[in-house]
Ligand binder design. Structure first.
Ligand code: Z5A
Length: 212
């Protein structure tokens, strides 16, 4: 019998919502339960494209806004063959940010619309589940100061949050909003419950194409 495919699970959210913490916890829990799982993150700063993005985020280089948007998308597309291979092998991928961050961050800049921002990512592997870690700016501030990277300002993060809210109205994507203000363990339990459901459903369904 062919191996059942893994699920594509994405964690999104504003700065300091706990995405990285929860991706790691989820992968550890899935592995401990005997379910193959791996973590991925976007941007993947290790590739040639990812290094250009990283320099931009660290303010070591400047890139035109449309150009950097396309680079973020290209950074996802370059990893699609690997993602599909792993999913087909039955490995669940837990992804720290994906195309939704791409659209939310660029469309929060002046002069960009959601529609243009979504276009380059149309047809990417469609996540079986996207969990949005909801955290108020006041709670985020309790977790430390913003860093020095681009986009790490209160005003911009607020605009990004509004764009995410718009994206979450799209019923073609399986969005779940997670209260990220709870303690790490409670957030983890909530995320694990949704993920186990998604893994069960995904194994009997073909992988979809995003926004198609
Ligand atoms: N970007 C883009 O423009 N276009 C794109 O296409 C993509 C991304 C994919 C990448 O940042 C930047 O690129 C990002 C979007 C943009 N810019 N911003 N802002 P990154 O991925 O390198 O870093 P990040 O995603 O911004 O990380 P983060 O938001 O700062 O962190 P997080 O992953 O959400 O949180 P964390 O590291 O797990 O936790 C933060 C702290 O809170 C840490 O001290 C934890 O111990 C603590 N924490 C976590 N959970 C809790 C709970 N529940 N209670 C208390 N404390 C907690």
């Amino acid at each position: 019998m062919a191996c059942k495919r893994g699920a594509l699970i994405v964690l999104e959210g504003v700065d300091k919502a706990g995405k990285t913490t929860q991706c790691k916890r989820l992968v550890d829990a899935l592995l401990a339960g005997g379910r193959p799982a791996e973590i991925m993150r976007f941007p993947d700063r290790t590739t040639t494209i990812g290094k250009m993005i990283s320099a931009y985020l660290e303010r070591k280089s400047d890139l035109e806004d449309h150009a950097v948007h396309l680079l973020f998308s290209a950074n996802r597309w370059e990893l699609v063959p690997l993602m599909k291979e792993k999913l087909e092998q039955g490995i669940t991928l837990v992804v720290d940010r994906y195309a939704f961050s791409g659209v939310a961050f660029t469309s929060a800049k002046p002069g960009f619309c959601l529609d243009w921002c979504m276009k380059p990512d149309v047809g990417l592997p469609k996540p079986d589940l996207v969990m949005f870690l909801q955290l108020s700016p006041a709670d985020a501030a309790l977790r430390g100061q913003f860093g020095d990277e681009r986009y790490e300002t209160k005003v911009f993060q607020k605009a990004v949050q509004q764009k995410f809210e718009h994206l979450m109205m799209d019923r073609s994507v399986n969005w779940q909003v997670i209260d990220a203000s709870q303690n790490i363990e409670d957030v983890h339990n909530n995320i694990t419950t949704h993920s186990l459901n998604a893994i069960n459903v995904a194994q009997n369904r073909p992988l979809g194409e995003l926004w198609k």
